[in-house]
Design a protein around this ligand. Structure first.
Ligand code: PGA
Ligand code: ZN
Length: 437
């Protein structure tokens, strides 16, 4: 079935090397390119880097590429596993072949590239689109639910050069009637936001961060949210476009406190967990925020649990959970959150990511599919969010090729479903419970 597996070192959206896999069967060649994070969780699966400072500043992935071609390819081809029926067995096989806890022997970047390419080949061999293949793998039912796209339109944290501690300020067009209309709304608000920024800070302030959002010279979260309020109003979408935040707070947590001034060494702005909790509550009261991700650090479990009891919106764990069933279970036991951020490269195989999503669903949580800050034009996660019926995803701003690749693929899927007469609805306000429809 699998004839060959080739890999190569290619660039991601930050210009750093990443792993590309080309898997060939008698039906063609199927490609996957692996993304890479910057504000990574400590417990993520291990991304293998060459660490040779003379080459790509140590970020080369030649070893991972070589592991695909010299270790994974011969073993997987010899296994005789079939791409159309055996995705789960293939992923189990890859995990066993690596044999280490965090996939650091062969590299999660090597393993994931093969796992994704197998899924693409599996869909082709089954004669179905990738989203349908992934739906079958996850045993999700129909109808398909098109997700609310959460566009990260203001970038801070380690994704930009401004002094805003909070990493992501997102807009979510929950009031759209379709995914395609939601993309239009997101794009229009984004263009209005650009005008608002020009009028307040001048044209030189419209540079963008890693995920395509603007990064104007602001530092406080309320300044960012005020810009969003104005842009939404000027676009004419008050009440239809709501907000979400990912402070990515592990990045500014040191010695039990949070320093919101961490990007400007001359201006520390230290908050105790209690004080930070008050900041969140006052922002939630004042602005139409519908989702909060990583408000507390990955080690600060007590604050998560305390906040959960009074948090009125979806509370998503990213660094806290690292798409790993072990931490999803721990968070359920501690009642730390009620949403799973799903990043396939945090765990390293497609099947394990699906398993994490299904465990989260079993706890009545929501699942929020995510790109990484270092991306490629690979649009796999667009099919994943539709197949898993998670009802929402974040893939950056409606800008930059590697971000719009996902939104464009989602519009293709929506058009495809309509053309085929297959039922599909837009998740809209019900995004948290889309999987229950
Ligand atoms: P990362 O950021 O890809 O740099 O980890 C995304 C996020 O924190 O959600
Ligand atoms: Zn995050």
């Amino acid at each position: 079935m699998i004839k060959s597996i080739r890999a190569a070192q290619r660039l991601d959206s930050r210009g750093n090397p990443t792993v590309q896999v080309d898997l060939t069967t008698d039906k063609g060649t199927f490609r996957a390119i692996v993304p890479s994070g910057a504000s990574t969780g400590t417990n993520e699966a291990v991304e293998l880097r060459d660490k040779d400072p003379a080459v790509y500043g140590g970020r080369g992935v030649r070893t991972a590429v070589s592991n695909v071609e010299t270790v994974i390819a011969p073993a997987l081809i010899a296994s005789g596993l079939k791409v159309d029926t055996d995705q789960k067995q293939i992923d189990d096989f890859l995990v066993r072949l690596d044999g280490s806890k965090g996939k650091g022997r062969l590299g999660a970047n090597a393993i994931l590239g093969v796992s994704m390419a197998c899924a693409r080949a599996g869909a082709a061999h089954s004669g179905i689109p990738l989203y349908e293949f992934l739906r079958r793998e996850s045993q999700a039912k129909e109808p398909y639910i098109m997700p609310v796209p959460f566009f990260n339109v203001l970038n801070g944290g380690v994704h930009s050069g401004n002094t805003m501690a909070f990493q992501e300020m997102m807009i979510a067009p929950v009031g759209a009637s379709s995914l395609t209309e939601a993309v239009q709304m997101g794009s229009e608000v984004y263009q209005h936001l650009k005008k608002v920024i020009v009028s307040k800070f001048g044209a030189s302030a419209t540079g963008i961060g890693d995920e395509g959002g603007f990064a104007p010279p602001i530092s406080q979260p309320h300044e960012a949210l005020d810009l969003l309020v104005q842009a939404v109003a000027e676009a004419g979408y008050i009440g239809k476009v709501k907000f979400a935040m990912d402070p990515a707070s592990s990045e500014f947590y040191r010695d039990g406190v949070y320093d919101l001034g961490f990007k400007d060494k001359n201006r520390p702005n230290v908050h105790t967990p209690k004080q930070l909790m008050e900041v969140y509550h006052s922002l939630l009261e004042k602005y139409p925020i519908i989702l909060l991700e990583d408000p507390f650090a990955e080690t600060d479990w007590a604050s998560w649990t305390e906040f959960q009891t009074s948090c009125p919106v979806e509370l998503v764990g990213d660094d806290l959970l690292v798409t790993n069933t072990e931490y999803v279970q721990k968070a359920e036991d501690k009642k730390a959150c009620n949403g799973l951020l799903l990043k396939i490269n945090q765990i390293g195989t497609v099947s394990e990511a699906i398993q994490a999503a299904n465990l989260a669903y079993s706890f009545d949580w929501s699942v929020f599919v995510s790109h990484r800050s270092g991306e490629t034009t690979d649009d796999f996660i667009a099919d994943l969010v539709v197949g898993l019926r998670t009802g929402h995803l974040k893939a950056g701003a409606p800008c930059r090729g590697e971000r719009v690749a996902k939104y464009n693929r989602l519009m293709d899927i929506e058009a495809d479903l309509l053309a085929r007469g297959v039922g599909c609805a837009y998740a809209g306000e019900g995004f948290r419970r889309a999987h229950q429809v």
